[in-house]
Write a protein that binds this ligand. Structure first.
Ligand SMILES: [Zn+2]
Length: 474
């Protein structure tokens, strides 16, 4: 990452550099991206046919955007991805607090500097990663945070309050020539919304009673919960008008999108683990993704607040952690997650879901039911038509298998003995292969336990559960 070598205004001019506004820059880079067939917003999952085309059109139109969606729909991630549409490097006047372009100084300092130094005015380069400002709006977000305030140190140094250089700039002017994101916009107090609008629309800054003309060049992206945004009076009308585009986000529409998100985000590869990187088998990822979707659609869950994509991600991380804990307890070489690790996501996830008032107190029950349903759905989707009688028959003569989140894979396999349907189970549940050694042992135990639980949920196998100990059969 090396910046261009040009270091003065004169050299910048003779290089033929052209000054583009930030929206023009993004529009032209986006057109090039689309024309080349590359994804315009790489890493954004599940929005290809819905949100992405709308965002592209808004950017091409040069509009500021408000993204409307419930929590955990990837709004912030999407906004951050837009930074990739900026030029890699842009020139600024060296030392300018608001990133003035060398051709168009705006602050008092740079106006004076260019007037005296001319072509020798020093130029610095800013990487696109530094041209992004993000603010989570809260009711106590101040004008100082966003716009600016009088800097007491500069006043103490003898500058007068009327001197523009006594201003300490807030996030918006400091993000000049970049992308400014305001998350949860409706939480911004009305007078702060007015101040924000003044900066963007009227191009002037008002701080403590005096006014400063400052033409800023910004792309504004806001996000909001749809209900808060449309609530009368939460957003001042002229600010609403400023957004040329309202884009509605959504949770993953397809199970495959949910799975892709979980696989992309869940931090289950721990290089520091002495028990190997924990392995969450594909069929368990599917259970967790189906569980998250079930919770999201459950009538008992408050639909207004939604269930974040983080819900499934944290679930997978908890399942992996449970497997690692077992491996550490039993001395297993590799932690492979199993059905026995799933119940822990119920207690870990309870605080991440808001229930309707009528169902308060029943949270555990509802979540446990939804988890069982997710296991049953995955069982049907993956194992339909597979004859599991050879496994079931093992229990006909009174075999019992004791398992649980602290029972190791070899222990479980030893209790079951040879199982003729094992390779068919592995083919169906782990089609991407199972490796060898500890991974194969762990996965064999995982698919067998999954089959036992599926048989139980289909009322074909007895199960007795008491806390973390489970007995199949008898
Ligand atoms: Zn400046």
């Amino acid at each position: 990452m090396t910046s261009p070598a040009i270091a003065t205004l004169g050299d910048l001019r003779s290089s033929g550099h052209v000054h583009r506004g930030v929206k023009t820059e993004i529009r032209q880079n986006l057109i090039a991206r689309i024309a080349s067939g590359e994804p315009s917003l790489p890493g954004i999952v599940g929005f290809d046919d819905t949100v992405v085309p709308e965002v592209e059109r808004a950017l091409l139109a040069g509009h500021d955007i408000v993204l409307l969606g419930e929590r955990g729909q990837g709004k912030t991630r999407l906004i951050r991805t837009l930074v990739g549409l900026l030029d890699e490097w842009v020139p600024v006047i060296a030392g300018c607090e608001i990133n003035d372009h060398p051709y168009a100084p705006a602050c008092a300092r740079c106006l004076a500097l260019v007037a005296t130094d001319g072509d020798l005015t020093p130029v610095a380069w800013k990487h696109r990663s530094e041209r992004y400002g993000e603010k989570l709006a809260t009711p106590d977000t101040s004008v100082g945070d966003l716009i600016g305030d009088v800097d007491p140190i500069k006043v103490a140094q003898g500058r007068t309050l009327g001197d523009p250089e006594t201003i300490h700039y807030g996030l918006v002017p400091r993000t000049n020539r970049g992308i400014i994101a305001v998350n949860e916009l409706p939480d911004l107090a009305e007078r702060i919304q007015v101040a924000l609008l003044n900066v963007l629309e009227e191009r002037d800054i008002q701080v403590r009673g005096y006014q400063l003309r400052l033409p800023l060049d910004l792309l504004l992206i806001a996000s909001a919960n749809p209900e808060d945004y449309t609530n009368r009076g939460r957003i001042i009308t002229p600010l609403k008008d400023r957004f040329g585009a309202e884009v509605r986000t959504h949770y993953p529409l397809e199970l495959t999108d949910e799975l892709a998100l979980v696989a992309q985000e869940a931090a289950v590869l721990w290089p520091d683990s002495t028990h190997g990187a924990p392995l969450v088998p594909a069929h368990l990822l599917e259970v967790v993704a189906r569980f998250a979707r079930g919770v999201r659609d459950a009538p008992q869950v408050d639909q207004r607040s939604g269930v974040s994509a983080r819900f499934a991600i944290a679930g997978v991380e908890t399942v992996a952690a449970s497997a690692v804990r077992r491996a550490a307890l039993t001395g297993e070489q590799l932690a492979v997650a199993r059905v026995a690790d799933l119940p822990c996501i119920v207690s870990a996830s309870r605080g991440k879901v808001e229930f309707d008032d009528a169902d308060e107190g029943r949270e555990f029950e509802v979540l446990e039911h939804l988890l069982r349903r997710a296991i049953a759905e995955t069982y049907r989707a993956r194992l339909a038509g597979l004859d599991l009688r050879p496994l079931q028959e093992k229990f006909d003569d009174g075999l019992t298998v004791q398992t649980g989140d602290t029972v190791g894979a070899e222990d479980l396999l030893g209790q079951l003995g040879p199982v003729p349907v094992l390779s068919a189970l592995l083919d169906r549940l782990e089609p991407d292969g199972i490796g060898e050694g500890p991974a194969a042992v762990g996965l064999a135990a995982a698919v067998l336990e999954f089959a036992l639980e599926g048989l139980h949920l289909n009322k074909r196998l007895a199960k007795d559960s008491d806390g973390s100990r489970t007995i199949y059969g008898a």
